[in-house]
Design a binder for this molecule. Structure first.
Ligand code: FE
Ligand code: FE
Ligand code: MG
Length: 166
C-alpha cells in the first residue's frame, strides 16, 4: 500500500474505495455489453457499428485497469468476483436480446449516459479530497463523453439512411 499516498487523501478512504469498486463493476459490465453486442449485432451499417463497439470495449477495459490500480494504491481490494458486479453496479447491464443495430446502439447510449452521470458525481466527491482519484475519474469521464457522442453519431447516420430509403 502507498502509505504516504493514502495519508494525503482528505476524505473517507473506505467510502471512496467502495465507490471506485462500484464504478469498476460498471466498467466490466460495460466491457462485456460492448464486446458481446459487437458479436451479435445485425442490420445496416453493421461493420461501422462493430468497429466502434469493439474499440469501446477495449476502452472500458482500460478504465477497469485504471480503477483497480487506484483501488490498490488506496489499500483496497478490487471486486474479486463477477457475481458481485450485478450487486454493486450503478448502471446495470442491458441484455442485447434484440440484435437490431438501433436497439444495440440505444442500449449502449443509455449505458454511457449513466456512466457520465456516475463519473460526474465522483468528480464532485473527490474534487478537494483526493486529487489523484479526481484525475483518474476526469480522464475516464472524458472517454465516456466521447463514447456517447460516437454512438449518437452512428445512430443519427442510421436514422438518416433509413429515412431516405422510405
Ligand atoms: Fe468506461
Ligand atoms: Fe464508455
Ligand atoms: Mg469511439
Amino acid at each position: 500500500m502507498a502509505q504516504k499516498g493514502r495519508e494525503i487523501v482528505k476524505m473517507n478512504v473506505d467510502e471512496l474505495i467502495n465507490l471506485l469498486n462500484k464504478a469498476l463493476a460498471d466498467e466490466w459490465l460495460a466491457y462485456y455489453q460492448y464486446w458481446i453486442g459487437a458479436k451479435v449485432v445485425k442490420g445496416p451499417m453493421k461493420d461501422a457499428v462493430i468497429s466502434e463497439l469493439t474499440l469501446h470495449a477495449t476502452e472500458e477495459l482500460a478504465h477497469a485497469e485504471l480503477l483497480s490500480t487506484r483501488i490498490i494504491q488506496l489499500g483496497g481490494i478490487p471486486v474479486l468476483s463477477p457475481a458481485e458486479w450485478m450487486k454493486i453496479t450503478n448502471c446495470g447491464y442491458d441484455i442485447p436480446s434484440d440484435p437490431w443495430v438501433e436497439e444495440i446502439l440505444k442500449q449502449n447510449i443509455k449505458g454511457e449516459q449513466c456512466a457520465i452521470k456516475t463519473y460526474n458525481s465522483l468528480l464532485d466527491i473527490t474534487r478537494t479530497g483526493d486529487p489523484v482519484s479526481y484525475n483518474v475519474i476526469l480522464s475516464i469521464l472524458s472517454d465516456e463523453v466521447e463514447h456517447e457522442e460516437d454512438l449518437d453519431a452512428l445512430r443519427e447516420d442510421l436514422e438518416l439512411m433509413l429515412a431516405r430509403r422510405q
